[in-house]
Design a protein around this ligand. Sequence first.
Ligand code: NDP
Length: 365
Amino acid sequence: MSTLNTSRRQLIKRAGLGAALLSTGAGQRLWASTPKRKLGVALVGLGYYSRDLLAPALQLTEYCELTGIVTGSPEKIPVWQQKYGIKDANVYHYGNMHTIANNPDIDIIYIVVPTGLHMKYSVIAANAGKHVWCEKPMAMNVQECQNIIDACQKNKVKLSIGYRMQHEPNTQTVMQYASSRPYGAIHRVDTIAAYAGNGAPADNWRMQAHMGGGALYDMGVYAINGARYATGLEPLAITAKRDFSHPRFTEVDNTTSFTLEFPEGIVASCKTSVVESGNHLKVDAENGWYKLDPMSEYNGVSGVTSDGKKLDKFLANQQAKQMDDDALAILNNTPVLVPGEEGMRDIAIVRAAIESSEKDKRIEL
Ligand code: NDP
């Protein structure tokens, strides 16, 4: 990786191009003309998201590829090795994943285990000297997030959080509207990030509080992040109500509703659920409105504005785009799109929502 990094950086430097070039897409074209190898990614935790989304997306990426796996389930190993041609030497379990430090085939370790384990394995990955990609929600609390950030800084590796929406072009238009304000002052945001599930057995991590189960951690971060990127501002206060009324949800919330108060008098009305459906983000402004509907599905994120503009840029695969963006940030040594601090801000809001609901009061952030 370092050889490739160095030659790439030297080439850009020699060409006198730098960040402006890279941000226009010319960087990608330049990259295509240089001798290269793709960055190697090891997926940690071969559950639903790794199996159905990330590994297939890693077959489409230009700048990174699947070279390793870390799993606690021996029966998954032959299936993955056969499907993706993973070498015996690149197969790890949780007890020996720190030895990836000695494996030149693996540049990036992508943490895709239950949320309650993100910190533990992200820190091991960073200490192995590898770049860290960590799924959302970043961790259980602010201290855990900070520990991940610190470990990555100490080891001089990059950290990206798996907020795929921030890599999605129509979402990026809404993010850009937050600064350009084409419809004047923003008045309110309405967002829901939810799916109509029916819970899971009590021993599934998604039903366990200490593992980060429940609607607020799982889906709520999309609504929180959405309200933040739609306004470009940080909320000042939150009032939240968690709902445990579904019979299967004793330990974790099945639904949470919350109001975020932003500067400029902007109010965001947010809802998240794992037992009822809904997925949109609407911004009401002085001279019009715009919305994304759906706002965080894997496919078809699109929107419309009050004056009939369509936000309908096509993206073939969100996860491939996210991982290529993050790989390019490593290759070019440029800032990542979604750093640890971004994930940590949302977790601070998740914790404040829990406190607000428990104390039945408005919490200042
Ligand atoms: P799954 O339950 O399907 O898979 C998690 C995997 O983690 C397991 O299959 C297992 O893999 C491993 N694991 C290690 N320790 C444990 C443990 N104690 N209990 C359970 N599993 C363990 O979860 P998902 O794949 O759906 O979610 C994983 C992460 O990805 C979560 O943080 C989630 O929030 C995030 N996610 C993000 C999405 C996005 O759109 N960005 C979408 C879906 C999930 P093994 O058997 O290989 O050890």
